[in-house]
Design a protein around this ligand. Sequence first.
Ligand code: KIV
Ligand code: NA
Length: 259
Amino acid sequence: NSQVTAATLLRAKQRDEKTVWLTALDATSAAIAEAAGAEVLLVGDSLGMVSLGFDSTLPVTLDQMIHHTAAVVRGRKSAWVVCDLPFGSYQKSPEQAFDASVAVLQQSGCDAVKIEGGAHMADTIRFLAERGIAVVAHIGLTPQSVKKFGSYGKRGKSKDEQSQLLRDAKAVTDAGAVALVLENIPAELASSITASVAIPTVGIGAGVNCDAQVLVFNDLVGLSESNPPFAPAYADVRRVMGDAISSWVADVKSGNFPK
Ligand code: KIV
Ligand code: NA
């Protein structure tokens, strides 16, 4: 398969073809996801909650993101790899975001960075895009702002919030973002945003009319302790793993391992 690029994703939108994104956090999950058809591997800062045991994404550091992204890059063949810039690494200024992006791109070998925020991040997105960096924007539910919002609930429920999110989508597109993640917003709003911007939208809890869909790997395969309502598990890998380990434990205890 030929290398997926930002242009591949744009072409897919123009042809009305869906693309598939999935998070990956190490070389194994990257290889499994890509072999199964994921075209974009997102090293999400959900890493903090999924693998590092934090109760939010806020404690995740740039070095942790680079460490995991480098592993994903080693495990991929032709998928496009996107790294989330973590909380505190890009919000201060366009220059800070540029430094963080350069560190991620140089030290991990990934293809793009993702930042949370709409119109208020447009200057930063433009600064990065003008300097050749592929930037994915992320609006709607933005988990790095959980302390401000107080929950991971749906965004874009009021008319005011809906028009703000439409303005955000336009602002990040005009600033040069190459794709836009829409998280946990009403399906009709995601549909209008998708129709109104030229760049591909990537939905999670945002209905079926987005150009692409993304899920968290552990949620999709049933490895998480619990899933958000918009992310049904397609398997029960947590039980499969638990059963394998408990069978082995029983064999060790009873003297049946090794044979
Ligand atoms: O961190 C993450 O996994 C994400 C996706 C849910 C879009 O940002
Ligand atoms: Na994220």
